[in-house]
Design a protein around this ligand. Sequence first.
Ligand SMILES: NCC(=O)CCC(=O)O
Length: 330
Amino acid sequence: MDRITGHRRMRRNRKADWSRRLVQENRLTIDDLIWPIFIVPGNGIVEPIDAMPGVNRMSVDRAVEAAKEAADLGIPAIATFPNIDVALRDETGSHSLAPDNLINRATRAIKKAVPNIGVITDVALDPFTSHGHDGILRDGEIVNDETVETIARAAVIQANAGSDIIAPSEMMDGRIGAIREALDASGHQNVGIMSYATKFASAFYGPYREAIGTGGLLKGDKKSYYIDPANGTEAIRDAALDVEEGADMLMVKPGLAYLDICWRMKEAFGLPVFAYQVSGEYTQIKAAAANGWIDGERVMLETLLAFKRAGCDGILSYFAVEAAKILAKR
Ligand SMILES: NCC(=O)CCC(=O)O
């Protein structure tokens, strides 16, 4: 080994646990985690989701208990997703506007029992439509402006129920501005908007569709409104519009296959950026771990840390509680 190489030994800082801890650049903490949960009608229900081992659909009363557990662990926020009775789904997703629908009932109950946890609610129409699309379907097209009107109204209704952050995931144009305007006009200036700014037309959402019961209903695909996985620059341009329209936080979804987008978004806007480690990402890890092919716990923590390294301020993850329990012991 020559002298120059000898002067530059990268392994010096890696030699011991104490020095590795000292030079660690990124750290995953419980404060980085947002826990997505699934809500079903009824009482006392905790129903496993086949395609997502370890994840359950819960009735509102059980979701309240789950929210308490999350708050006790120090998880800052949960994100709720409803599995709506099929009889209540229609072409226009009209049940999204019912003040007492499942999602709003859950918000009210959770905020009442666990006021110190943040509640993030999605306003996309897919849980409420009979065709499983995120917006209103007319003559084979997901119509943009009419969908935006509906979700802006739904956002106000969700805020009335106590939602802290509205998270539109349907990728319609102009929705952030419309939601901001509607929230402000109804006295909800303090309700934030976390934009699903770059939601890609991904194959990783499969298990989620089983979880909210849209898998069998969906006709066609979502490529006319989600972003092409091939397009990074288009994604940043789309996010820039959301920033201009008043988004408080940005999200990248899915997560691991889109770390470049996380990084570019953080660099471009400086806003808080979140990644959604989606159902297919979760399931891949669970399935491989169940087969003994990987160490599930270590892979889970490594993927969550990767989001931090890629510039994310936090992660929506079905692993949130599992990870928090491990992090609490460190
Ligand atoms: N709007 C929320 C989602 O679409 C979640 C997708 C997933 O977890 O696969």
